[in-house]
Design a protein around this ligand. Structure first.
Ligand SMILES: Nc1ncnc2c1ncn2[C@@H]1O[C@H](COP(=O)(O)OP(=O)(O)OP(=O)(O)O)[C@@H](O)[C@H]1O
Length: 688
């Protein structure tokens, strides 16, 4: 707890710390002013450079903003022995470091605040009584708004000091939630820290129950990697992938508050948006199109147009004719087919190979042709015509359209891979007249993406964070995997929350599809969100939805409010609204979660009752703290209080009971402080 020693003015530690805070803020202001005053007119030779530099400076100015309600530092470490910090200059003595969101230095360049990601900060998260890591004192600071109001000390090597649970940490965890997701830099837990600071070269997969901090860990990991490998990742790029736009809006503030403004965000659908999606597949067809076997079908289909030559190529140059015989052309083509290179690259290599064969003949005839001659021969009309016939260009969308509309073509490519029934299942009932009028589904877009990659290689980013991964199909994993083929990934998910017919059953398999079979799987089990009683209630579903998983624990001390209210059918809407009103008497946000089919009726009822609300992903404010959440969008989100309307309808909204119960499990685990379940239909037996 914060201990306020007797108020001798000169020695009050809180005053001293406040003074350091004021000095640090002044130093940050000076850093910002210095950056703002930079005059780049003299140093840039041309306008392109000037533009790049100006935008870099603008980014830096933004990153140097002093956010009034985010404390500049949240902790302090006093070391026993001075620490050599390399490029992070140490304080005067090298003993004491203030840990904060970003690095702040004074006019002499000495550090006032050290970035939480610096090596010297790590013991703040990892030091313990068992392993103090040279730390004499760990101090945590408590803030109200921007004002420093408390501190709490641990003397890690003092055998007489009792081990206590940090009250400030607990307060941070129990804080009511409002608005979008926040960073957790002040309270990252040791097992989370290990994942956050994992090596860039390593792909890690995190399995964790609801509210165990997977999303938080993934975002902090990107921030850490950008700090530790800034240049490399600035070149290659980083990307956070989430399930939908409202989720991405919910998490989009976290990285900017950590000073990272450059990380891109996307949904899987956006990654593969080669065509407009306007159709929906049935569950069986979607599952088949998402099956990894489709990769083999596509691989064959892309090469299906390659025709072995039956005529020689004859090149006329001046008075001479050079002839490459059929058998040699066949050899060239077969060699290209056997090699693991992209279709378009092989197609570009082919005219050069043919030209090379011509050059060999020229040399044998005593000529001395150089590279220019080879290029000219490669562009010779006879060679070009032959290449076009042998290795025709492939349009990925056209190819997929043909597969889905031409039964004979599909049968040929899927021979031994898909059964006749499976082929029938994915064929379009009514083939479009042209590829342009095709109505594509989400799964079709993924197939087109795979075909694109078979034709020419997809560029790889440096690091990709894949959140809510459990819902991806094998083909979607492949689409993500090719975007980090030479980089690494952080894969986050919970098997119990998989709500697609093709949801991940095993992480080992999923990592195989991602192209990272060697990645290790870490498990997070400490829950930061859901109150104990609520997680215990939701966990009754686990035997039915993911028997291999154990229950997440809750580290929240507040017991949380939990109630189940059975009502008569005609009272359902009114009772649900009453429960919302009751929830809104508390501080923080309220989420009303309901089956998608129930949302229009509830929206009307809310409007009739004059209760304003927002949609998921929209920001709540003091006047409107209620969000109406269709169950299908609840994943990854959280609200202080949750009112869950009619669980049976949530289950029935899904194509099969297991998916329905998983959807219900997601809905039951969104609450931070309290959950009220209102139902007219009997609850699913698994909850009883
Ligand atoms: N170390 C921590 N200190 C304080 N709060 C934390 C910590 N770790 C996680 N949290 C908070 O717990 C809540 C749940 O975290 P998060 O959303 O990352 O969990 P999740 O595992 O992704 O959940 P879900 O499975 O529902 O998607 C968030 O409000 C997050 O800020």
């Amino acid at each position: 707890m914060s201990t306020r020693p007797s108020p001798t003015p000169v020695q009050d530690p809180l005053e001293t710390e406040r003074a350091h805070l004021a000095d640090s803020r002044a130093a940050l202001r000076a850093m910002r002013e210095h950056t703002e005053s930079l005059d780049i007119r003299d140093v840039t030779a041309n306008w392109v450079n000037a533009e790049v530099l100006a935008s870099e400076i603008e980014q830096r100015i933004k990153a140097l903003a002093d956010l009034a309600d985010t404390p500049l530092f949240f902790g302090r470490l006093d070391y026993h022995r001075a620490v050599a910090t390399g490029q992070d200059a140490e304080d005067e003595h090298g003993f004491r470091f203030y840990i904060g969101r970003r690095h702040v230095h004074d006019a002499q360049g000495d550090p006032m605040v050290i970035d939480w990601r610096a090596p010297v900060s790590q013991p703040f998260y990892q030091a313990s009584r068992k392993d103090p890591k040279n730390v004499e004192l760990r101090r945590r600071f408590g803030y109200d708004g921007g004002a420093l109001t408390a501190y709490e000390d641990e003397h890690l090597s003092d055998p007489d000091e009792e081990e206590t649970v940090s009250a400030l940490l607990q307060r941070e965890i129990e804080k009511p939630r409002v608005g979008p997701m926040r960073d957790i830099v002040a309270t990252i837990q040791p097992e989370q820290d290990e994942i956050v600071r994992g090596a860039l070269s390593e792909t890690v997969c995190v399995q964790g129950g609801p509210g165990t901090g997977k999303t938080a860990v993934g975002l902090h990991r990107v921030a850490y990697l950008l700090y530790a490998h800034r240049e490399r990742l600035a070149r290659s790029g980083t990307l956070v992938i989430g399930p939908n736009r409202s989720f991405l809006r919910y998490i989009e503030q976290v990285l900017p508050t950590l000073g990272e403004l450059e990380v891109k965000q996307a949904t899987v659908d956006e990654l593969v948006a080669h065509v407009e999606v306007s159709a929906e597949d049935g569950a069986t067809a979607a599952a088949l199109k998402g099956d990894a076997r489709m990769a083999e079908v596509l691989r064959r289909a892309v090469r299906a147009g390659v025709t072995l030559p039956t005529e020689p190529v004859v090149v006329v140059r001046g008075s001479r004719r050079w002839r490459v015989p059929v058998h040699e052309l066949v050899e060239i083509v077969e060699e290209l087919l056997s090699r693991d290179i992209r279709y378009a690259a092989a197609g570009e290599a082919l005219p050069q190979r043919v030209a090379h064969a011509v050059l060999v003949r020229m040399e044998q005839a005593g000529e001395a042709p150089d590279d220019r001659v080879q290029n000219a021969v490669a562009r010779n009309p006879a060679v070009k015509a032959a290449v076009k016939a042998i290795w025709p260009p492939v349009n990925p969308a056209k190819l997929v359209a043909r597969l889905l509309s031409d039964p004979a073509f599909l049968a040929e490519q899927a021979e031994g891979v898909l059964t006749a029934e499976e082929q029938a299942e994915i064929l379009w009932a009514k083939p479009p007249r042209s590829v342009r009028s095709a109505r594509w589904s989400r799964a079709d877009a993924v197939l087109i993406d795979e075909a694109h990659d078979l034709v020419s290689r997809t560029g790889s980013l440096g690091h990709v964070v894949l959140d809510e991964a459990q819902d991806l199909s094998p083909m979607q994993y492949r689409a993500v995997g090719r975007r980090c083929s030479t980089g690494s990934a952080t894969v986050l998910g919970d098997i119990a929350q998989g709500t697609t017919p093709w949801a991940t059953g095993s992480w080992a398999e999923a990592l195989g599809h991602l192209g990272k079979p060697g990645a290790h799987v870490e498990e997070l089990t400490q829950g930061f969100r859901v109150p104990r009683e609520v997680i215990a209630y939701a966990s009754r579903l686990l035997p039915a939805i993911a028997p291999q998983l154990s229950e997440a624990t809750s580290i929240r001390e507040a017991p949380g409010a939990f109630a189940v209210q059975p009502v008569d059918a005609e009272r359902l809407d009114a009772a649900t609204l009453d429960a919302c009103r009751a929830a809104l008497t508390h501080e923080g946000s309220t989420g009303l979660i309901a089956a998608d089919a129930r949302v229009p009726a509830l929206r009307e009822a809310l409007a009739a009752a004059g209760m304003t609300h927002v949609e998921p992903g929209q920001e709540t404010d003091a006047a409107t703290r209620l969000t109406l959440v269709p169950a299908s969008l609840a994943k990854g989100l959280e609200y202080d209080y949750v009112v869950l309307d009619e669980p049976a309808a949530v289950v029935d909204g899904e194509p099969d009971p297991r998916t329905g119960l998983r959807r219900l499990y997601v809905a039951l685990t969104r609450a931070v402080s309290g959950l009220t379940v209102v139902h007219a239909t009997p609850l699913p037996a698994e909850l009883a």
